[in-house]
Design a protein around this ligand. Sequence first.
Ligand code: SF4
Ligand code: SF4
Length: 473
Amino acid sequence: MFPVEKSIPVRTVYDDLTAIQSELDKCMHCGFCMAVCPVYKTTKTESGVARGKIGVAEAVMAGNLQIDDQDVVDMLFNCLVCKSCMQNCPTKVDFGRIILALRCAVVREKGLPWVKKAIFSTLEHQGVFDLGMKTGARLSGLLFRQAGQQAIAPRASLALLGKSAGFDQNRRLPALAKKPLRDRLPDVLPVENPVARVAFFTGCSFNYLYPEVGEDLVSVLQENNIAVVIPRDQGCCGVPVLVHGDIESIRRLGRKNIDAMDNSGVDYIVTGCGSCGGAWQHDYPEIFRQDPVYGPRAEFWRSRTYDISTLLTDVTGYRIPRGQVNAVLTYHDPCHLKKVMKVSREPRQILKNIPGVIFKEMARADACCGSGGSYVLTHFKTSVAIAERKINDVNHTDADTITTGCPACMMQLSDNVHRFGRRQKSGIIFLFLPNRTAKRKRRGYSNRLILPNAKVAATFTSLQRHWKEAKAF
Ligand code: SF4
Ligand code: SF4
């Protein structure tokens, strides 16, 4: 589609801290961001919120503080990059760019810690990363034990070693898949007379943690007459490295992904994760804006990338399931899905249209769940305190099932419903599981609508039973 040429280096706010000055100037220090910042609500410290961090940025720019001062670094990394503050900001300060630009400046000054460097460089070598994840899946029994049907928990040895990252024996995590999603599915999944041909950008979570859910997404697309391509050369979207200030790695990952999609010959890119979708809609166009080779290609895909819910509701249309699902559902808005991709109406529309579903809106449905990618590892206690508020809001709905549209949120909610949930008979499900039928039909479940055996939550068993009782198609 586009000529593949050698790219030239480019400069962005992530390369030059002075470029964020105009964004800093927009802040009038009103403190409205405090009302929605999950970190501030938990720590009650000014340094937790956008206003405090903007004050520090101003001091750094004025030369009154050093960016590599350890207190400054700690403060800059105590942020979920959830962008909730941006929703409540009267002057529309783009705090997301500010915080990432600051983190990139930290990395320029101090370099990446060796652990991050090692992990991030592995991400860029998909074959090595893939081998590492598969090996990890095979050896996970050494460090983790089965904790319920769908969840694993750290063994005592790991709990000792990883205490600061919350690896206590109470933790509930999904197991690494022995066979990743991209090894399970063919490159092309055709349908007769397709209404669209899409590339599924799987991201790491669906590939290695929730492959069954990824299969379900593909099934839903196929059921709705959409042909699916799974480009082999795709890799990590790069958002996890960008939030750690590693601009060079996301550039390399972005180029690789753009090349992979250019070669796929599809109409659209579909994502099931707000961070991956946000990379295509916002991060790639921004970081390649001045790149004459990759800039136009990133721009091309910006308007052709959709979360699966938007694709189905607004682009291709979708078939409302004919079966009945007797469940009381609530829905958690993933931050990057709602606040970056601006997707919140569409998942609700899909869920409410499933016959038999009673939808209960929770208070503060778009409040961050506290996951923040690696934030749950680096700031475990704050992360759990944030999640407790979320699960309390869920408890008040009387919903028996929580749905969400992001694998990282699903992981965080599954872990914390186990800690704080009261009335949920069921677990956490990905948004589209209730809407699927085709694959089950192939497996001989043609008369029933049931949930797949996704490695999702410790409390999943009753949900499966619940679903098996659902009315036949
Ligand atoms: S709400 Fe916006 S303008 Fe007000 S202090 Fe926060 S970032 Fe600054
Ligand atoms: S991005 Fe989220 S955690 Fe960070 S300052 Fe804004 S609201 Fe707080």
